[in-house]
Design a protein around this ligand. Structure first.
Ligand code: SAM
Length: 210
């Protein structure tokens, strides 16, 4: 997508649109008003959350991103990406029935997550979306730290479960989210339960233990 849509948004990438059918049916089951997003880019997924959930009650979204890009991004474009994020979020907020508070945390996710834990936000969030760095050590850190912030019964969404930076047959586990997500879910197996029936490009797991 390289053009503004009817709402006036500016998105140059649409990695998110394919998730909408499953998000539409899955996320409302968690009655969410508090969201934590790791990896916001131009705000495509954030705008979806604002449009979809700032309807019955005010919502609160915390967006973590360096706006410097990951290894797969062209870093020279990222200041424009952040400008588009700000514009897109303002547009989405202007169109809601209920207030949608969006807090930007412009820093590396490990530092932003540590700040949120230190600020007493443990168990605060209904939904955590892990879509930041795609490098396995970063993904594992994001999963373990954001687990502390997810309420019991809340939903964690792992994007790019089967993404690889290298071509098939030449994959490097370091550059793949899957080994990190698998390690996290294996180690937290008594505390997280995979939500069955969802497609595997994203993985969905509910927190079932403290
Ligand atoms: C795939 S994009 C997010 C896409 C977004 N959720 C959407 O719907 O369009 C990944 C984002 O993660 C950010 N990122 C990568 N590594 C990061 C890190 N270690 N800490 C914080 N943000 C990071 C990048 O700057 C990029 O904007």
């Amino acid at each position: 997508m390289d053009a503004s849509n009817s709402a006036g948004y500016e998105f140059t990438n649409d990695w998110f649109g394919q998730n909408i059918p499953i998000w539409d049916q899955l996320i409302p089951r968690f009655s969410p008003t508090k969201f934590l997003e790791i990896g916001s880019y131009e705000g495509r997924s954030t705008c979806y959350l604002i449009e979809k959930f700032a309807v019955q009650a005010p919502i609160d979204i915390h967006c973590i991103d360096t706006w410097e890009g990951g290894v797969e991004h062209d870093k020279s474009t990222m200041s424009d990406v952040e400008r588009r994020f700000d514009k897109n979020i303002a547009l989405a907020q202007a169109g809601t029935k209920q207030p949608a508070l969006v807090t930007k945390h412009k820093k590396f996710s490990n530092l932003a997550l540590a700040d949120l834990i230190a600020a007493g936000k443990s168990l605060n969030f209904d939904v955590v979306y892990v879509d930041g760095s795609h490098q396995a050590p970063d993904v594992l850190t994001d999963c373990v730290m954001s687990f502390q912030l997810l309420r019991a019964g809340g939903l964690m969404i792992f994007d790019d479960y089967i993404w690889t930076m290298e071509a098939m047959g030449k994959q490097d586990a370091f550059n793949m989210p899957k080994p990190a997500i698998d390690a996290f879910l294996n180690i937290f197996q008594r505390k997280m339960q995979i939500v069955r029936g969802a497609p595997v490009y994203q993985l969905y797991a509910a927190k079932v233990g403290a």
